[in-house]
Design a protein around this ligand. Structure first.
Ligand SMILES: [Zn+2]
Ligand SMILES: [Zn+2]
Length: 228
């Protein structure tokens, strides 16, 4: 574990764009503080820091990488969905990327409040009320001789729906994950991870994944309200 000063030393080598993109994923508190202090050293505090962050992330969301990867989720592309100079693995990623640009304009407090509402609201899958709705992830592996395919995806639903899906993913990996050289080694991680997720309780506050989901949901709703 690095201290804040160690983070600052490492982060000073980054240019401002790199520094901001680095902080757009979950970081430890020390790393976040170090990022803020370096931005302040470079003259970005308060509103200026917020504007700069929006600018960098917007450019990143609207730009296209040189690699053959989806510009939104980073998945390797097989058949790309092109859109205005960008490329995406799916229509879903193309839509999410556009929504993420809109979501940059919402205040963090508005997004956090919406995340809390979603968390205490109806499950989008089974429509039941009263269980914590969260975004939780599932991993599943299927191996056949030389091929092994690992799926990873997120679900936004109640605990009950999540556990049902997780159990079926565990059964699939448990039965079909082992039958290749890679599967023999990698599937144990997938299965252990699944068992661990079954045991893990939800944190008391909305997860970063739920907050991201809430920001896209707000963007979607604001689009629906804007007359075309
Ligand atoms: Zn994608
Ligand atoms: Zn449910």
């Amino acid at each position: 574990m690095y201290t804040k000063d160690e983070f600052k030393q490492r982060f000073r080598a980054m240019d401002t764009e790199e520094l901001i993109l680095n902080a757009s994923r979950p970081l430890t508190d020390e790393a976040m503080e170090a990022t803020k202090e370096i931005l302040a050293e470079r003259g970005y505090t308060g509103d200026a820091a917020r504007e700069k962050t929006k600018e960098v992330i917007r450019a990143h969301l609207q730009g296209s990488g040189v690699t053959r990867n989806c510009d939104y989720c980073g998945a390797t592309l097989h058949g790309a969905v092109p859109a205005q100079g960008q490329k995406f693995c799916s229509h879903r990623c193309r839509t999410q990327s556009a929504l993420a640009v809109i979501a940059l304009d919402f205040a963090p407090e508005t997004i956090a409040e919406h995340a809390r509402q979603l968390r205490n609201g109806r499950c989008p899958r089974c429509q039941r009320q009263g269980e914590v709705v969260e975004v939780r992830s599932i991993r599943r592996m299927v191996s056949v001789v030389i091929l092994s395919v690992e799926d990873r995806y997120d679900l936004c639903c109640c605990r009950g729906c999540y556990e049902k899906e997780l159990r079926s993913a565990l059964i699939v990996s448990g039965l079909l994950g082992w039958w290749s050289f890679k599967g023999l080694f990698a599937n144990i991680g997938v299965v252990m991870d699944g068992l661990e997720s079954l045991r893990r309780r939800d944190a008391p506050d909305p997860s970063p994944a739920l907050i991201a989901h809430a920001s896209l949901d707000l963007a979607q709703k604001s689009l629906a309200q804007t007359p075309a």
